[in-house]
Design a protein around this ligand. Structure first.
Ligand code: G
Ligand code: G
Ligand code: MN
Ligand code: NA
Length: 254
């Protein structure tokens, strides 16, 4: 409970920061995206994992304010990198379903783009399969507006949730992100080999891209490349890092 109270103070006192993890195009080897991941630097307890505080923020409603801060900071950072002459990349932001379900959700996304000056096609929103548990017509309506605005949407942790294929094919989403639990033993466990191959085929059949998460070894990368995976993310390239360190990883165009 006290940690939940501390969240309010953290928002007021600027104790959150974003780390960025690169996403690499498998064919070119170039960094083409980044996932923004929130970090909480607690004044006494040090770094606290979002796995611990996001559920608290969802419980006490602070996730809406926190989510807006994440979105604005990530868009500002991406625009700043473009203005500084870095090769343009797409920025992925994790969304809580509380945000997606909010009445003024679409307006708030579009307003943030306008205020930060970031073009819509340089923003990607990550939703989870739990989106399948909500009113489908309403979900499709919102995703359609995002799509028409040029914003990409990806399904995070794919394979761990409950989305039916019938449902998935109706959703205007661009990308499936294969959960890292399937990638870990890709070269060892034949069940995981089969699951990853199936997800890659499924994504391409539905005219979606596919990203493998948690890629840590050259062997995993070689397998994914051979089997047509489009993009990878993981410690093999880099863990999530602060903005300054991310800049060391990307090239300047000028
Ligand atoms: O990067 P890390 O392993 O610490 O992330 C742990 C979990 O927290 C992941 O499930 C990730 O999706 C989630 N997470 C990280 N940043 C955000 C954020 O800004 N918003 C939401 N809703 N979830 C986040
Ligand atoms: O749920 P989501 O996919 O957003 O969470 C991403 C989480 O995975 C982050 O906490 C991030 O720190 C972690 N992560 C990113 N790359 C790797 C990796 O290569 N190996 C492991 N074990 N975790 C990773
Ligand atoms: Mn994610
Ligand atoms: Na994931």
């Amino acid at each position: 409970l006290s940690l939940g109270n501390d969240l309010h103070k953290a928002l007021l006192h600027d104790n959150f920061l974003l780390y960025y993890q690169p996403q690499v195009d498998v064919q070119s080897g170039q960094i083409i995206g980044a996932e923004a991941l929130i970090r909480w630097k607690h004044p006494e307890k040090g770094f606290i994992s979002p796995a611990e505080f996001i559920p608290l923020a969802e419980e006490n409603g602070l996730i809406l304010q926190m989510g807006e801060w994440v979105l604005r900071t990530a868009c500002q950072q991406n625009k700043a990198w473009q203005d500084a002459g870095y090769e343009p990349i797409r920025m992925s932001v994790n969304l809580s379903m509380h945000q997606f379900q909010q009445k003024n959700f679409i307006e708030s996304i579009l307003r943030t783009l306008e205020e930060t000056g970031l073009q819509a096609n340089y923003l990607e929103l990550e939703v989870t399969e739990s989106i399948a548990m909500y009113d489908i017509e309403n979900v499709i309506k919102k995703l359609d507006i995002l799509d028409k605005a040029g914003i990409h949407v990806s399904v995070d942790d794919f394979g761990t949730g409950y989305s039916s294929l019938n449902y998935l094919r109706r959703l205007p989403v661009h990308t499936l992100k294969i959960d890292q639990s399937f990638v870990r033993d890709i070269n060892i466990d034949w069940d995981d080999t089969a699951i990853v191959n199936s997800i890659i085929t499924l994504a391409h059949t539905l005219r979606m891209n596919v990203v493998a998460e948690g890629v840590e070894t050259q062997e995993q990368f070689a397998f994914l490349k051979e089997h047509g995976c489009d993009r990878i993310q993981g410690y093999l390239v880099s863990p999530p890092v602060p903005a300054g360190q991310f800049e060391q990883l990307v090239k300047k165009t000028v």
